[in-house]
Design a protein around this ligand. Structure first.
Ligand SMILES: Cc1ncc(COP(=O)(O)O)c(C=O)c1O
Length: 360
């Protein structure tokens, strides 16, 4: 089979499975978007923008090489210090993306004599890190602490448990205290991905913990980070291929993230989170994150619902396999402090209409 035939057969498979995806033009002006992860609306905050502009003029458009080769800019060090303080850890390391941060942590800590225990709904970047790691990987049922306990009991050697704090497609929160207790009992390192944990304040847990996050969601910039014990950060700097063999995080992205982080921990950040909590309560009382799934089942229904909302001026992405399990295709609603209460009430009305009309 030629390459051309193989590629068109592959494309045929994607289409036949009703999983065809294509890139559409970003249009911020005509639509109200519930697609972005800019949870506090900081990507366009004037202070954040100015910090990025100043860094562009000071440090240039790109970092120009890996940090081990070209050196660390002052803004990288300042951001790492601020992240470590925010997360109550000794040190932090920033990388060009959250994806690379998860790959770095899993590949370096997941050495051949270790076992990684990973929640079945963890983000793809954790899964890919596990695939690249030499460790044995064991998947436990979603947030099922009894299952995790049984698996931990029967595993020899060093153990690492990894979980999203807020799961990216369901918006539910991992049982952090139970996870920490199990890890303490079994001498396991707990690795937590806080990418969507905008409404959870970083807290100290009762076990050894490594924290991973992204600069691209709550902080509205671009890049990723790992925060933990000083020795672990040194090991990552020396061993993590997704840190060593890539150009460093752009200084302007680091500066924007640093300015955003200062807002997050200020009174203004508290006000933004309070507004976001009010918006979440409109769609889903007692939900603890701005990610709200509206499950429709099959791919066609999810696509139809997204198209209907699009016609009404709302951008709400349809999420289909392989991002979610077959039969759980959905709309993924991401709320942001930028939204107005009226927008969310209107969306709620449209969603109720979809449920009633389509169920009939
Ligand atoms: C839970 C989680 N971890 C990691 C990432 C990757 O972060 P980044 O977009 O910075 O690569 C994402 C999303 O993109 C995510 O949802």
């Amino acid at each position: 089979m030629s390459w051309q035939q193989w590629v068109s057969a592959q494309l045929g498979e994607v289409r036949a499975a009703n999983r065809w995806r294509e890139l559409t033009l970003f249009n911020a002006n005509l639509m109200i978007s519930f697609a972005s992860n800019d949870y506090l609306g900081l990507s366009k905050h004037p202070v954040v923008l100015q910090a990025a502009i100043d860094a562009l003029h000071r440090d240039g458009a790109g970092a120009t090489a890996s940090r081990l080769v070209v050196g660390t800019r002052a803004v990288h060090a300042e951001l790492e210090h601020a992240i470590a303080q925010w997360q109550h850890t000794d040190r932090a390391l920033v990388l060009p993306s959250g994806y690379q941060a998860n790959v770095a942590a899993m590949t370096v800590l997941g050495a051949a004599d270790a076992t990684i225990f990973s929640d079945e709904l963890n983000h793809a970047s954790i899964i890919d890190g596990c695939r690249l790691a030499k460790a044995r990987c064991v998947v436990y049922r979603h947030s099922d602490m009894q299952h995790l306990r049984e698996l931990l009991q029967s595993a020899p050697g060093r153990k690492l448990v990894v979980s999203d704090i807020v799961f990216s497609m369901d918006g539910d929160v991992a049982p952090l205290h139970e996870l920490a207790q199990l890890c303490a009992e079994h001498d396991a390192l707990l690795v937590l991905d806080e990418a969507h944990a905008v409404l959870q304040s970083p807290e100290r847990l009762s076990c050894e913990t490594l924290r991973i996050g992204t600069l691209s969601k709550t902080l509205g910039s671009q890049g990723g980070w790992i925060a933990g014990a000083a020795d672990v950060i040194d090991l990552l700097i020396n061993r993590a291929r997704s840190f060593i063999f890539t150009t460093a995080l752009a200084p302007a992205s680091a500066a924007a993230a640093l300015a955003a982080l200062k807002i997050v921990i200020s009174d203004e950040g508290e006000r933004l989170r309070a507004h976001l909590r009010r918006l979440v309560a409109v769609l889903e009382p007692n939900h603890s994150s701005p990610v709200i799934p509206f499950v429709l089942g099959d791919e066609t229904s999810a696509l139809r619902a997204a198209a209907h909302l699009h016609d009404c001026g709302f951008q709400v992405p349809a999420i289909r396999p392989p991002s979610v399990a077959a039969g759980t295709s959905r709309l993924r609603i991401a709320l942001s402090a930028e939204h107005q209460l009226e927008d969310v009430h209107r969306l709620r009305g449209l969603l109720m209409h979809i449920r009633q009309e389509w169920a009939a």
